[in-house]
Design a protein around this ligand. Structure first.
Ligand code: GLN
Length: 495
């Protein structure tokens, strides 16, 4: 049996796995269908920075040649964000400064996918160095939202979200420092998981802010997402922040059909009344609550007042860590070298031409906030807010299992409709807290409004990803995503 690009786009990971295991489809059939779908959509969407068709075909052929071998993802086309190192394949982090960088090794999460048999089809577009929430800060151009190509996908995992939403790959990995998996997942009608800090190895992830970064899956349904997280979770001696809980945490797929009966789900009514929040997004949270209640969850109110300080704390901490992490790109050891005079000329030309505006802004903010005399006023204060927020969550999860909240306050705007820098930062208000506290958080679709998908977010205690998936799965069974791009024959026109 061959498969058309249209049939391919609707497959779940589990269906594809069964077809390959039963030898009804070969890995090569899947790779060809994935490539055909990308040929059709990429001109309108720009989700992929580097395609790896030839390497993918070779891998697919290898997998076909050893039919006995194979893990859960055998022969299945996936994609990874372009800040995950891929051996022998260009890895740009969305930046000019790494335009020609070819890593000599694979990130641990990429290796885990490949060990399970997955075929990586390409490297997905992203905001430069994962800074941003729109996908417009990529040096390789913005990514169009497959639901309406004139709109942003969200970011920074813009390409991973768009590619999975149009069905170019069956799943993708992103990274999330302050919302970069969850927000584009919500804007593109997907499930996106930001795992507990330390559950997935960060080895081989181009760092934005090392104490906040986590890698996680973007998929079209909850089961696929859980399957993928189970594949990439685990302790890794090459990441010093890899947590013991990564070994002992409950796997996510086995219990996913258990439902939400008896789960204690809380929400903060004050959070749903804020000025800047679209009533549709607040309505999405209420709808999720009602569905969960109808399936036996216990709903209660709770106050989480410190979440609103997350923006101020995050943008200091993130910028401080980023300014330190990016210091290595000097044109000597790392980064495409520019300038030719003395060493200062090389530094300033390399960094001046290699980095975009948002990256420069954060390096300057971070270096300033860490400088002598300002460290206490900015960095230390932000670190204290972070600790208080973690304590607030720890108290909350003594009496509750899950906190429900919006993902983004508004619908995705049109590409190029200039929002101010602060507006974009403020749009992260609901997603930053989970990173600051190191907690798992999932975003899942709750419906379609005026042709655009809307999402809801759920946060749980450390390593409780499994209950987040039970909720997402329950909601999914009671939600229809009319007009989803993965069901279309070809790309939509920008409205
Ligand atoms: N939007 C946030 C930022 O710009 C989060 C980005 C991320 O999660 N990588 O920093």
């Amino acid at each position: 049996m061959k498969i058309t690009q249209e049939q391919f786009a609707r497959l779940t990971l589990e269906e594809a796995g069964r077809l390959v295991a039963a030898a009804e489809l070969s890995a090569l059939d899947l790779v060809e269908a994935s490539a055909a779908r990308m040929d059709l959509f990429e001109p309108a969407i720009n989700a992929v920075v580097t395609r790896t068709d030839e390497v993918s075909r070779r891998r697919a052929a290898e997998s076909a040649a050893s039919p006995g071998a194979g893990g859960a993802l055998r022969g299945i086309p996936v994609a990874v964000k372009d800040n995950l190192m891929t051996r022998g394949v260009r890895t740009t982090c969305g930046s000019r400064i790494l335009e020609n960088f070819i890593p000599p090794y694979d990130a641990s999460a990429v290796a885990a996918l490949q060990n399970a048999g997955a075929v990586v089809m390409g490297k997905t577009n992203m905001d430069e160095v994962a800074m941003g929430s729109s996908g417009e800060h990529s040096a390789y151009g913005p990514t169009g939202n497959p639901w309406d190509p004139g709109r942003i996908t969200g970011g920074s995992s813009s390409g991973s979200a768009a590619l999975v939403a149009y069905g170019g790959a069956l799943a993708a990995l992103g990274s999330d420092t302050g919302g970069s998996i969850r927000q584009p997942a919500a804007f593109c009608g997907l499930v996106g998981m930001k795992p507990t800090y330390g559950r997935v190895s960060r080895y081989g992830l181009g760092a934005l802010a090392s104490s906040l970064d986590q890698i996680g899956p973007l998929t079209r349904n909850a089961r696929d997402n859980a399957l993928l997280l189970d594949v990439i979770s685990g302790r890794d001696p090459r990441d010093s922040t890899s947590a013991a809980g990564a070994e002992t945490a409950a796997p996510c797929l086995p219990g996913i059909e258990e439902g939400v009966k008896g789960l204690r789900i809380v929400y903060d009514p004050a959070m749903l009344e804020g000025d800047g929040l679209s009533p549709v997004m607040a309505g999405g949270v209420r709808r999720a609550m009602n569905i969960a209640a109808g399936h036996g969850a216990r709903i209660a109110e709770a106050a989480v007042p410190l979440i609103k300080y997350g923006v101020a704390a995050y943008y200091i901490i993130c910028s401080c860590e980023a300014s330190a992490n990016l210091a290595r790109f000097d044109g000597v050891r790392y980064g495409r070298r520019c300038g030719g005079g003395d060493v200062w000329d090389v530094y300033s030309e390399t960094r001046g031409r290699g980095f975009g505006d948002e990256v420069k802004r954060r390096i300057m903010v971070g270096a300033y906030a860490l400088s002598q005399g300002y460290y206490d006023a900015y960095y230390l204060k932000a670190a204290r807010v972070r600790r208080k927020l973690s304590q607030e969550f720890a108290r909350l999860f003594l009496d509750a299992d899950i906190l429900l909240l919006p993902v983004a306050p508004q619908f995705p705007r049109r590409i190029g409709a200039k929002a101010g820098v602060m507006e974009d930062y403020l749009g992260d208000i609901f997603t930053l807290a989970a990173n600051l506290a190191g907690l798992p958080a999932i975003s899942f679709p709750i419906g379609v409004f005026d042709g655009l998908p809307t999402g809801v977010q759920a946060v749980a205690g450390p390593f409780a990803e499994n209950i987040l998936y039970r909720l997402a799965r329950t909601i999914e069974k009671n939600t229809r995503l009319v007009g989803a791009p993965w069901t279309l024959a070809g790309p939509k026109e920008a409205k």
